[in-house]
Design a binder for this molecule. Structure first.
Ligand SMILES: [Zn+2]
Length: 281
């Protein structure tokens, strides 16, 4: 599909009902209190409880690739997106078996400059080094029916990059992963959720079919496919509100209360400026 066609499809995106796209990070036993970015580490039992509950209620979890026909309004159903940022080995160990058991698919967004490395971008704030998937993990992830997406080459905040660096981080990550894995990489996530409209245009021009931010809302008719909102799941999210965020308009109602009022947790409205999703990674 060339860019012109893709843009036309993106502009015409009409999901018939809002679709929640979840953003997870680590699935691992909870680190001790006071550990930086601790709220983004979910114990595997809690991750499992959340997804099993949605499954019991008749909902299907899908990767961004598998979600595309729903986002474009070509299919309808009780579906939600599952994305895992940064590509932690603990996702391979704990999330993958559960996803397979439930018949769900998910997208792991990979930092191509740190394949087999660690979360070096978190370490300046004192977060522990956590291993990231290597090439063998990524191949096995794909072989299990999951999707690999891109998350820049170096987990940069695009809003702090000049244009040529931003373009290289976005397009280069796609090239790196496609060369390594021999498969098309369609989906992109903005590190920290941070981006501007011109970054979304770079994502489109690089040939991605979706770009996800962190804006706590469900995707709905008319949203730009290159700036889709995602709901970040945190350690202390309680099960009833988690379920409500996916299956009802609870999150949309909550968003309206915060409309145009950024908070320390990073809840911003779609298109609300450069500072989207500062609390998320
Ligand atoms: Zn990240």
């Amino acid at each position: 599909m060339d860019n012109e066609v893709r843009q036309t499809r993106g502009a015409a995106a009409r999901p018939s009902s809002p679709i929640a796209v979840l953003s997870y990070h680590q699935t691992s036993p909870t680190p001790r209190r006071g550990t930086p970015v601790r709220s983004l580490v979910l114990p595997p039992w809690r991750f499992g409880l959340q997804l099993r509950t949605l499954r019991l209620l008749g909902w299907q979890g899908l990767s961004m690739r598998d979600l595309e026909p729903y986002l474009l309004g070509e299919k309808t159903g009780k579906v939600f997106g599952i994305t895992l940022d940064d590509g932690y080995v603990n996702n391979f160990e704990h999330a993958l078996p559960l996803l397979r058991e439930l018949g769900f698919t998910a997208t792991a967004y990979i930092v191509s400059g740190q394949i087999g490395g660690t979360n070096v971008w978190d370490q300046p704030v004192g977060a522990p080094a956590v291993p990231l998937m290597d090439a063998d993990h990524l191949r096995a992830w794909l072989a299990a029916g999951m999707e690999i997406g891109a998350h820049t080459r170096n987990h940069v905040n695009l809003c702090r990059c000049d244009d040529s660096t931003a373009r290289d981080e976005i397009a280069g990550c796609k090239n790196d992963l496609e060369r390594l894995l021999g498969t098309e990489v369609r989906s992109f996530a903005y590190p920290y959720g941070e981006h501007r409209a011109d970054h979304a245009e770079m994502v489109r021009q690089a040939g991605y079919t979706s770009g996800t931010a962190i804006v706590s809302s469900r995707a709905r008719a008319g949203d730009d496919l290159m700036r889709l909102p995602r709901i970040s799941v945190h350690l202390y999210d309680r099960l009833p509100s988690f379920v409500a965020r996916v299956t009802t308009n609870y999150e949309d109602w909550r968003m309206r209360r915060w409309d145009a009022q950024p908070t320390s947790r990073g809840y911003y409205v779609m298109g609300g400026g450069a500072g989207q999703g500062a609390a998320a990674h």
